[in-house]
Write a protein that binds this ligand. Structure first.
Ligand code: ZN
Length: 489
């Protein structure tokens, strides 16, 4: 199955509403999923929610709501977010679903059967936010740096997974060129394995009410990783489902840098122990700040994208996110950058190109144009470069390259002045229509709604990457519609 592409986001905790950091990971993943579909790959895109986490139960208790209801209500906000962001996800997994519970238990059992699970008493620093025991080296000034909280000292009997047994294999895997990208995040993991080694990890918690029972001991719940990470295969119907057989292993797990270790080290070791093929790549992204500030509840800027995206416009939001947050760095999303990009790049460069071209087509040809010769405008398009940027996950640079073509088309109108020059007017306008059709194709993964709007005005249907060439439309019948992007004051 060389021609398949399985991509996932991490699953989100549902202890609070989504914020724009969640939106970024989903948009990044959606662009890659759409581009691979557009390029002819049989694509499956999975996202979902982590509902068994103790912190869900904890917040529910604080709010005095039954955990089931709290989780169900909050999960809806994440499902809604998929629609708000116009994601093309093929499934949405919730880890309370029966299809997931039985797979998580099956994986636990397989690891137990491999002889990789044992019971021991354990005392450690437990961060409820991370749902993890933290080592001294994880702490900054005695606190969890992710949650800025002092961990609790907990002592209990747990089942442990022999992660240490897989140290050599995991080090080799993580050192390979393409498993963890980009390279900076790979080095972090490799250095940590080399300096600290792999220590066995707790995979159960005793005496909890919320979560999935371990199959070997009903007094213990499966503790986070075997449960949460197995969503990537439970959603496909592991072990016998047709989707599992078709799509696993995943081409890419997209994750934030905070959970790189769990995906690059713990997940492959779980799979090795359960004798399941490994995912091909862990794509790690940085964090998003909002208006220059870290997103946090206490700063009151953890805005729900479901509330604000409709106000901005979904494609304006998607475009700004991709441009402002290069995937291998942290980035900032601000309302000012959204405004500037909407007014200049989207409204002036792209929106005006469409509206002025269609006005001229309607004025001089009643909207009907037949195929004309190639006027060399397409020499300005570098599809190879765009593809290369996308395969390097430099989505912002891919957009820059598409914009360079759109700007060439604008320059071409100005240079040729089809409102003055009657002689080659139809050639110029046909070439412009083709440039709009091709821009719309190339943008369809980034701004799917905008592509649909452009195509409706051009009177064509969206094709695929094979249609990114000059002259495949014999006759255009165009109709000018609403402007693509309203300027923001
Ligand atoms: Zn923490």
């Amino acid at each position: 199955m060389a021609n398949k592409f399985y991509i996932t986001t991490a699953i989100d905790y549902v202890n609070a509403k989504p914020h724009i950091g969640h939106a970024y990971e989903k948009i990044l993943t959606d662009v890659l999923a759409r581009w691979n579909r557009f390029s002819g790959k049989d694509t499956f895109f999975l996202t979902g929610t982590d509902e068994n986490a103790q912190k869900n139960a904890q917040v529910a208790k604080e709010k005095n709501i039954p955990t089931e209801k709290f989780v169900e209500d909050n999960s809806k906000h994440f499902e809604e977010l998929c629609k708000t962001l116009n994601l093309s996800n093929d499934d949405f997994i919730k880890t309370t679903q029966e299809r997931h519970v039985k797979v998580a238990q099956e994986i636990f059992q397989k690891i137990y059967d491999s002889g990789d699970i044992y019971k021991k008493s354990y005392a450690g620093n437990y961060c409820v936010g991370c749902e993890a025991f933290l080592t001294e080296r994880d702490l900054v000034e005695g606190k969890c740096p992710e949650h800025n909280k002092k961990p609790e000292l907990i002592e209990e009997e747990n089942y442990f997974f022999k992660l240490s047994k897989y140290e050599d294999k995991i080090l080799k895997l993580c050192s390979s060129d393409n498993f963890i990208v980009p390279a900076g995040f790979r080095k972090e993991i490799v250095n940590r394995i080399k300096s600290d080694g792999l220590k066995d990890i707790s995979v159960s918690r005793p005496g909890l009410e919320w979560g999935i029972d371990t199959p070997i001991d009903k007094g213990h719940k499966i503790y986070v990783w075997i449960d949460a990470l197995s969503n990537y295969i439970s959603a496909l119907g592991y072990p016998n489902g047709a989707k599992y057989k078709k799509y696993w292993p995943a081409e890419i797990h997209v994750v934030g840098k905070g959970i790189n270790w769990f995906h690059s080290v713990i997940w492959p070791a779980i799979l090795m122990s359960a004798k399941i093929p490994l995912p091909k790549q862990i794509l790690v992204h940085g964090y998003v700040t909002f208006n220059g500030k870290k997103i946090s509840k206490s700063l009151g800027n953890a805005i729900d994208p479901n509330d604000v995206v409709p106000k901005y416009g979904v494609d304006q939001f998607r475009y700004t996110m991709i441009k402002e947050v290069p995937f291998n760095q942290d980035g900032d999303f601000s309302e000012n950058s959204l405004k500037d990009r909407t007014n200049n790049e989207l409204a002036n460069d792209l929106g005006n190109l469409l509206s002025r071209t269609l006005s001229l087509c309607e004025k001089y040809f009643d909207g009907k144009l037949t195929k004309q010769k190639d006027d060399d405008l397409f020499k300005r398009l570098n599809l190879e470069k765009i593809e290369k940027h996308i395969s390097n996950y430099e989505l912002h640079l891919a957009l820059d390259e598409i914009w360079s073509f759109i700007r060439s088309a604008n320059k071409y109108v100005n240079d040729n002045e089809p409102w003055k020059n009657e002689e080659n007017r139809e050639v110029v306008l046909y070439n412009l229509l083709e440039s709009l059709r091709i821009s719309s194709l190339l943008l369809s993964s980034f701004m799917p709604e905008t592509s649909e709007k452009i195509n409706a005005q051009l009177g064509i249907k969206l094709g695929n990457i094979k249609d990114v060439k000059f002259g495949i439309i014999d006759k255009y019948i165009v109709k000018k519609g609403d402007i693509l992007f309203n300027k923001i004051e």
